[in-house]
Design a protein around this ligand. Structure first.
Ligand SMILES: O=C(O)CCC(=O)C(=O)O
Ligand SMILES: [Fe+2]
Length: 303
């Protein structure tokens, strides 16, 4: 029995490495998901002050859709002021430290993990295909995101998409030379755009990312790579590599359907962090409740 379970686990991990993502259904207890949403409604949603956002990496008040959904996701909820949001802070940490989740993280990494970023979404904002590695990663590109559905997510709310095998772009054993050359050009442009923004401290705009988007769309089309938009339900977790292209669909206009999700990005504890594929940073892991997190105030986002 034990042997069979171990084999199944290994198969899953193998598919994470071959496909660049892995969906684990019902990994998290739905009650933990409900608890996070309930305290978000009680403690966080009525708050009128500013909080750090993943869209701008700046502090902003909540922005709302016409149907009352928060549209600017919260960046690094583990670093929220605990005295302002005690219940939300501890419910999120409890969920991210969940035993089943941590066991899966361990089996992907094969060693101890540190959470370097967390984001809370109430709605999808429509994010174009990108890889997180260009924003930040572990120095050996082993970071991955755990995208946790806190509710059943409908098509209308705008689903999360992954592009299978794209974490292998640039690998000569996986893609032909002309594709890897096009990918190298894309990567160069993408990093230039991101580094420019960071240096001038401007907020990314869709227009500036247009050329990068055109290049990656061309590669995806030529290789016939279609996005996978798995139907996800409360407690499901989608693990995706820092190098896997992913995007978020736009919600339908005027929808009242939320897409409540919590995302944690994890790296091996023994590696350094790298920002914009240029700046190395030593990790300073600390234990926060039952979760090991990096003790810093990251200014980068993974959008
Ligand atoms: O949830 C989304 O729409 C995008 C999330 C994302 O890009 C990320 O977590 O890295
Ligand atoms: Fe991302």
């Amino acid at each position: 029995m034990l042997e069979a379970t171990t084999t199944i686990q290994n198969l899953s991990v193998d598919s994470f490495f071959s496909e660049g993502y892995l969906l684990k259904k019902r990994l998290i207890n739905p009650l933990l998901c409900d608890a996070v949403i309930a305290v978000f409604e009680d403690e966080v949603k009525p708050y009128s002050g500013t909080l750090l956002r993943s869209t701008t990496a700046k502090r902003e008040v909540h922005h709302f859709s016409e149907t009352g959904l928060m549209t600017n996701p919260l960046l690094n909820i583990h670093e929220l002021n605990e005295s302002l949001f005690p219940e939300f802070h501890s419910a999120c940490l409890r969920l991210l430290a969940d035993e089943n989740l941590q066991r899966s993280i361990q089996s992907i990494l094969g060693e101890s993990a540190v959470m370097v970023q967390s984001v809370y979404y109430e709605s999808s904002m429509g994010t174009s295909p990108h890889e997180d590695s260009h924003y930040f990663d572990s120095q050996n590109s082993r970071m991955f995101g755990c995208w946790i559905a806190l509710q059943d997510i409908t098509q209308e709310a705008g689903r999360f998409c992954v592009y299978p095998k794209t974490h292998l772009l640039g690998d000569p054993t996986a893609f032909p030379e002309h594709v890897n050359k096009a990918y190298a050009d894309y990567e160069k442009l993408s990093l230039n755009v991101i580094r420019d923004y960071k240096e001038s401290d401007r907020t990314p705009s869709m227009a500036d990312f247009k050329a990068r988007l055109k290049m990656i769309r061309h590669i995806l089309k030529e290789q016939g790579i279609e996005p996978v938009t798995p139907a996800v339900n409360k407690g499901d977790v989608l693990f995706f590599s820092s190098k896997t292209l992913h995007s978020g669909e736009f919600p339908e206009m005027g929808t009242s359907r939320s897409r409540t999700s919590l995302i944690g990005h994890f790296v091996p504890a023994a590696e350094k962090l790298i920002r914009y594929q240029r700046e190395l940073e030593v990790l300073t892991p600390v234990k926060m409740k039952n979760l090991v997190v990096n003790n810093c105030n990251p200014s980068s986002d993974a959008r």
